[in-house]
Design a protein around this ligand. Structure first.
Ligand code: 6R9
Length: 657
């Protein structure tokens, strides 16, 4: 079977950066030339923006692929780079964190204060017997202590494993076990949707007997008091943060560690099997995190108020909340809660309140705001925004246009950034002061990144064609392995194109006539309709392009005549529902897709639903919709943000058919 993916959608709108933006931008077109001239020297130069206690003499060692090392003989301390050096440079009074709790409480934390807190916590961790190389699990809401915890673990050369605060006791347990964590840092709870969401009880359960005996590696649980809910307490094991941290010494000299010292493990569920513990190391990761945050988000630390809405429980929170912005000395907003609490304009209120200049968020959030309508953001002053970013899924052209117009006032450039937990940092994106942007395209590899789109044999498909996205050269923030499973690391990412030495990302992509990259969704989700390979993304984008539709998910369901048939699930905009009846809408949408992109893509079925199944980080779980479309028992729903949504959808589908 060919791996070519058919191309259906054509987008002709173009947006060049204003002269004013281009003028002040951090990144200019000469970066591409520098990187092309000497890729390794280019990355070495970016890495030298960090403070190296012992400078490296060599950038890359790729003598034992797929195991790369970057800046191997250099030594640095990651936390020193994110904290002390800014204080030493005279920026101790600069605000690092503009924190806003969901109930409306706030804290402003300066670089001097954050450094102080991290030093105290580093001393506490050392006193608890945590040493370099040990693993610490972090299970916290979005509070300043979460960021301090990551940095304190990094400061002493230990390895953190952040587990998203919404994951269950079982997910937490399997991650603690896999990493062999010695310590868990948690809180009594956090605020979500106006309620206390307790965390300590899940830790207690996770560490208890889950059928195979009690957890054995964890020695202590350090607990932040956030919500003051009642918690049970195990003397000896459990310790209050407020008892230990303020009392600890704030003197702590950061020791340098080798560039390849492991920094963190982050579990990603993938499509099948047990979660993979993606391993990242220090120097290369921090170098690419800081560089991309500066070049792509155009961060100017003296003047910008930056807000990345991601939770630290996923990679975007690691790279673009904790490490990149703090390494660059940024002032950033951190918000604990959900976008719609206590009212649907909460995010926009925060943008106006803090004068946010750079906003980095996910297409799923943008589409949910589209569903509610523009009148909500329009009630707030968003004129401070000067750059918008998108990450996590392909952004449909109509969502891109809405983001640009309603949120960005037709003024702020948009960067659509493609990357993965595994890549550690942004790989494909426009440079905001350079690139003429195209709605829906992630566009070009960053300077220093080499990619290609190939067929199943690893042959280039060339401009105008679709296929599989591969990364053809190693990059500084690449994953160094899967924790405890080097074989799975090779198998998952490197075996498919072993002859060429390509990293296979698992994503479908298309190069347009100008060589710009358009992501087409996960290869596992590609549909085969009468021998045509269709991507989910383009059909979904066509549906979102209809005035009625806010969100759409498309799957292939087995079909007697065509092999697979397109089945679409659509969430309708509230404004449309107020003004129109839904009668006949299904037929209209089927015809619309046919008109927009051709009869081959016309859905066999369109289901109007109120929600789509999504992961905690907002990605649509098409696998579950495929189960519904094929009338099967719905598979594993444990990674869903809201496990109830599948029964709602099933109800809505059976009612219609
Ligand atoms: C950062 C992050 C990785 C997968 C990736 C791809 C999808 C992310 C995207 C995008 C199209 C973008 N993805 N950004 N697809 N355009 N701008 O999301 O990491 O959670 O590991 O997910 O997300 O399918 O392979 P992660």
């Amino acid at each position: 079977m060919s791996s070519q993916i058919d191309h259906l959608l054509t987008e002709t709108r173009r947006f060049a950066p204003s002269a004013e933006f281009a003028e002040q931008a951090n990144a200019h077109a000469d970066l591409y030339d520098e990187a092309t001239a000497d890729r390794e020297a280019f990355w070495a130069e970016q890495a030298r923006a960090l403070h190296w206690e012992k400078p490296f003499t060599k950038a890359l060692d790729w003598s034992n692929p797929p195991f790369a090392t970057w800046f191997e003989d250099g030594e640095l301390n990651v936390a020193y780079n994110c904290l002390d050096r800014h204080v030493e440079a005279g920026h101790g009074d600069r605000i690092a964190l503009l924190w806003e709790g969901e109930p409306g409480d706030e804290r402003r934390v300066t670089y001097a204060e954050l450094t102080d807190e991290v030093k105290r916590l580093a001393n506490v961790l050392t006193d608890l017997g945590v040493e370099s190389g040990d693993r610490v699990a972090i299970y916290l809401p979005m509070i300043p202590e979460a960021i301090a915890s990551m940095l304190a673990v990094a400061r002493i050369g230990a390895i953190h494993s952040v587990v998203f605060g919404g994951f269950s006791a079982d997910s937490l347990r399997s991650r603690i076990d896999d990493a062999g964590a010695k310590l868990v840092i948690t809180s009594d709870g956090g605020y979500r949707k106006g309620k206390i969401s307790p965390l300590k009880p899940a830790v207690d359960q996770a560490l208890g007997d889950r059928g195979h005996g009690p957890q054995e590696t964890v020695e202590h649980v350090l607990v932040v008091k956030r919500t003051e809910n009642e918690v049970s307490w195990q003397e000896e094991r459990d310790l209050w943060w407020h008892d230990l941290v303020p009392a600890a010494s704030a003197d702590h000299v950061a020791q340098p560690f080798p560039a390849e010292n492991p920094l963190f493990i982050l579990y990603t569920s993938g499509t099948t099997g047990k979660p993979k513990g993606i391993l990242h190391t220090s120097g290369g990761y921090l170098a690419q995190a800081a560089f991309t945050n500066k070049a792509v988000h155009d961060l100017h630390p003296e003047t910008d108020v930056y807000w990345c809405t991601a939770d630290i429980g996923w990679i975007t929170g690691h790279t673009y909340v904790t490490y990149g912005p703090l390494a660059n000395g940024a002032t950033q907003v951190i918000y604990e809660g959900t976008p719609d609490t206590p009212h649907p304009g909460r995010w926009w209120e925060i943008v106006a309140k803090y004068g946010v200049t750079i906003l980095y968020t996910a297409p799923t959030a943008i589409r949910s705001f589209m569903k509610l309508g523009r009148s909500i953001p329009e009630q707030h002053d968003l004129s401070s925004l000067r750059l918008l970013g998108s990450v996590g899924e392909p952004i449909n052209p109509e969502a891109w246009m809405w983001y640009r117009h309603v949120i960005g006032g037709d003024r702020a450039p948009i960067v659509d950034t493609w990357w993965q937990t595994e890549t550690g940092a942004i790989m494909v994106s426009a440079l905001p002061g350079v690139t003429e942007t195209k709605p829906g395209s992630a566009q070009v590899p960053l300077p220093g990144i080499s990619l290609d789109v190939v067929d199943d044999q690893g042959q280039e498909v060339g401009n105008g064609n679709g296929g599989l996205l591969v990364l053809t050269e190693p990059w500084p923030s690449m994953l160094r392995g899967i924790w405890g499973d080097p074989e799975r690391f090779k198998e998952t990412y490197w075996d498919k194109f072993a002859d060429q030495g390509f990293y296979f990302a698992g994503d479908g992509a298309r190069l347009d006539e100008e060589g710009d990259v358009w992501f087409l969704g996960r290869v596992d989700d590609v549909m085969n309709v009468s021998g045509h390979r269709l991507s989910t993304t383009e059909i979904e984008s066509a549906l979102v392009g209809n005035e009625a539709v806010a969100e759409a998910a498309v799957v292939g369901a087995s079909d007697e005549t065509t092999g697979q048939a397109v089945v679409a699930f659509c969430v309708i905009k509230e404004s449309y529902m107020k003004a129109n009846s839904l009668d006949g809408l299904v037929d209209k949408l089927r015809a619309w897709v046919g008109d927009q992109i051709g009869p081959i893509a016309r859905p066999r079925d369109v289901y109007i639903v109120t929600e789509l199944p999504k992961t905690r980080s907002g990605k649509i779980m098409r696998r579950l919709l495929r189960d519904v479309a094929e009338g099967r028992e719905v598979g594993d729903t444990t990674t869903l943000a809201d496990t109830m949504v599948m029964s709602t959808i099933k109800g809505q589908v059976t009612q219609k058919s």
